[in-house]
Design a protein around this ligand. Structure first.
Ligand SMILES: C[S@@+](CC[C@H](N)C(=O)[O-])C[C@H]1O[C@@H](n2cnc3c(N)ncnc32)[C@H](O)[C@@H]1O
Length: 319
């Protein structure tokens, strides 16, 4: 068995599982089966509240991807978004394909360590599956702050015997908690290149949270040769009406959505004292990003920028 369940079993996992069981609509068995859990930060208040009565970003995204780990409140909000943007499900799938291409690109650069923050509910082609198919010794630490993701995180721990995976229950804002988490300290060697993934995450942080400054704190601890893999929602190819309507659907569920224009997304890639260079085509529509030999898929070619509604980038830290 892979060395992947030994990282601080405890904290919010049991309570999260109880909460999941109490709200047992989707996949109750997976939610109850928790004693493997690899959560972190024993002193932190566990995020146990599933709040199935309000929409959650992870569960709405799961709905877009055709998953079953969502509740009526998530589906109601997601369906309102689908009405406004009928291609939002295609966009979610394009985002997952980008993640696959970017992880393969990083692996091709020789990167064997991945820190995936804002992991999402496990689905097909999770980061470790993509990375370990190419390099079985790859090590992946997943981080998310949603108790639903925690309750399903077992699916993320199916490492190859040569590699390792772990799950950390933490919030992107808590930079120190994530960088000091036992799993991160044990599995990630910050003297070697790391792929930092923040895929479809930062548009949930308003400007007042200073997402750029937070991201820079992660970027500055990475060794030269590390890569940042990022996607971000944008309304550049949409109308103000749709942007406002989508934001208000999320807002009604207590979720902030801050789509950002091209130049601001580009700044996430290139900021940082040490110097970062954009790989491949730079910051482009998520479906258009490709570098190296791997082309985008037929499905990607069929999508327009307006249908995708977001940018993707891979930035490399200069040597
Ligand atoms: C749209 S999903 C993206 C999942 C995956 N990265 C992908 O692109 O396929 C966004 C994820 O970010 C997580 N998330 C949102 N805000 C977060 C935060 N402040 N800290 C950690 N995770 C967060 C949500 O729980 C959700 O699982």
């Amino acid at each position: 068995m892979a060395e992947n369940t030994d990282v601080n079993a405890e904290t919010g996992a049991d309570a999260a599982a109880e909460a999941a069981a109490a709200n047992a609509e989707p996949d109750a068995e997976a939610a109850i089966d928790w004693d493997w859990a690899a959560a972190e930060d024993d002193d932190a208040e566990p995020r146990t509240e599933l709040r199935t009565d309000v929409p959650h970003p992870a569960r709405m995204y799961d709905y877009y991807l055709g998953g079953k780990d969502n509740f009526p409140a998530d589906r109601a909000a997601a369906e309102q978004v689908v009405k406004l943007i009928p291609t939002v499900q295609d966009a979610a799938r394009a985002n997952r394909r980008f993640l696959g291409r970017a992880v393969r690109y990083a692996s091709g650069l020789g990167i064997r360590q991945f820190l995936d923050i804002g992991t999402g509910i496990p689905t097909a082609e999770n980061t470790h599956e993509v990375a370990q198919r190419l390099a079985p010794d790859s090590r992946i630490v997943y981080v998310d702050n949603d108790p639903m993701v925690l309750s399903h995180a077992r699916a993320l721990l199916s490492s190859t015997p040569q590699g390792r995976t772990a799950y950390v229950d933490a919030d992107f804002h808590d930079v120190d908690a994530i960088l000091d988490a036992a799993a991160v300290k044990e599995m990630i060697d910050f003297d070697q290149p790391v792929a930092l993934l923040v895929v479809a995450l930062l548009h949930f942080l308003p400007d007042s949270d200073e997402p750029l400054a937070l991201l820079d704190r992660y970027k500055q601890v990475l060794a030269p040769g590390s890569v940042l893999i990022l996607t971000h929602g944008s309304s550049d190819h949409s109308t103000q009406e749709i942007k406002d309507a989508v934001e208000s659907i999320y807002k009604a569920g207590g979720i902030t959505v801050a789509t950002r224009p091209l130049d601001e997304v580009q700044r996430f890639g290139t900021s940082g004292e040490d110097g970062w260079e954009l790989a491949g085509p730079g910051v482009v529509s998520i479906n258009e990003w490709q570098a190296g030999a791997e082309p985008v898929s037929e499905e990607d070619l069929r999508l327009t920028r307006a249908e995708v509604g977001g940018y993707g980038l891979v930035a490399v830290k200069k040597a």
